[in-house]
Ligand binder design. Structure first.
Ligand SMILES: Cc1cc2nc3c(=O)[nH]c(=O)nc-3n(C[C@H](O)[C@H](O)[C@H](O)COP(=O)(O)OP(=O)(O)OC[C@H]3O[C@@H](n4cnc5c(N)ncnc54)[C@H](O)[C@@H]3O)c2cc1C
Length: 326
């Protein structure tokens, strides 16, 4: 019998998060598909339909951990649900996304289930019969490869793996009502960030504002640019956040979020090491900056030397005229 591998899949109010489909890629990677029996677990209240969507798109069987107290997220409740399932299933390896939701539970699950814990993993490989987790340290200066001693829990960086959603067969869903005892932490009200739109980790395109945007009125250019793309979000450098142009929850960089979208548009961002640490894994980087010596151009795939307020409206106009929206 093959050892088990388990994915922890995430949802917000029943909406699956894209990072869960990235985890599914692991289950369909040749060397991993053949080495393990794969299944996924999802905790929540009445999330069977959510689980079915995942099972249908990935072909992975899903166990739903149902309890009324899981209607609202609490680290304590979700950790108990996952830990009890993982204790019962005894997988050799558990993969979760390196997101605030999973990072709340994953280390606690590892402790509870007596498993090794490896965070911020960017890739999993298999060498000489050993599973290897690769990750970057010191903001990309050092690459570390860790031989995984199973049983282990690994959190995978969102954006590090491609999305998988084209299974050839359908996975099945099994609902289990579970006992998680009394939850002592009382979840507060959920408040949305004043900045609307999709989360940075879910966006295919990120338009990022820097100090060079200058003033809040110019953020219209950034919003208009972002609206050209269907799955886009607005982020910013710390300078832009300090200026109040972008909400701190959307700061990108060493002390902000790490992102890896398909397209990153850096607008009026100089390219400090602290900013680059958070966006260098983007697939294509376009920089718009009036200073041709700005360090951001060293990592940009496409560079535009111009003023934001001059270039962006003209670019949007041209796109509108040619119907070039994505
Ligand atoms: C411990 C520590 C942690 C940090 N963490 C982060 C972090 O997580 N994320 C982060 O971003 N920073 C972080 N910083 C701050 C970082 O060092 C930089 O100060 C910051 O990234 C600079 O932001 P910026 O590029 O928007 O601004 P600037 O460096 O001031 O660059 C502005 C750029 O805009 C260009 N520009 C100006 N006007 C225009 C215009 N009209 N049109 C086009 N271009 C124009 C300029 O040529 C310039 O290149 C951290 C710093 C420290 C010390």
């Amino acid at each position: 019998m093959k050892p088990r591998a388990c994915l922890i899949i995430e949802h917000i109010e029943g909406n699956l998060r894209e990072c869960s489909f990235e985890l599914a890629t692991l289950a369909h990677t040749d060397f991993l598909r053949n080495s393990y029996d794969w299944l996924a677990i999802i905790a929540g209240c009445n999330v069977e339909q959510t689980a079915t969507r995942f099972a249908e798109k990935t072909g992975i069987h899903v166990i739903v951990l149902h309890n009324g107290a899981l209607a609202q997220f609490s680290g304590e409740g979700y950790c108990r649900a996952y830990a009890s399932a993982i204790t019962a299933l005894a997988p050799a390896i558990v993969f979760a996304s390196h997101t605030p939701l999973s990072c709340d539970a994953a280390p606690a699950i590892a402790v509870e289930c007596n498993m090794e814990f490896i965070s911020s993993v960017q890739n999993i490989s298999f060498e000489h019969g050993t599973l290897i987790a690769s990750r970057e340290l010191f903001h990309g200066k050092i690459k570390e490869e860790i031989a995984i001693n199973t049983p282990a829990v690994c959190t995978i960086m969102p954006g590090a793996l491609p999305v998988f959603n084209r299974a050839e067969s359908l996975g099945k869903v099994l609902v289990r009502t579970i006992d998680i005892g009394t939850i002592s932490s009382v979840p507060g009200a959920v408040s949305r960030s004043p900045q609307s739109g999709i989360e940075l980790s879910e966006a295919e395109v990120i338009v990022s504002a820097g100090r060079g945007v200058g003033k809040s009125e110019h953020m219209t250019h950034i919003r208009n640019l972002a609206s050209l793309f269907a799955r886009s979000a607005i982020g910013g450098s710390r300078a832009a956040c300090d200026m109040g142009l972008v909400d701190y929850g959307f700061q990108i960089g060493m002390t902000g979020k790490s992102v890896a979208p398909k397209l990153y548009l850096a607008c009026g961002i100089s390219g400090s090491a602290q900013h680059i640490a958070g966006m260098k894994n983007s697939r294509t980087i376009v920089a718009i900056n009036r200073d041709e010596g700005a360090p951001i151009f060293q990592i940009a795939d496409v560079g535009v030397v111009d003023e934001i307020e001059t270039f962006v409206p003209v670019f949007i106009d041209v796109c509108s005229q040619t119907g070039n929206q994505h």
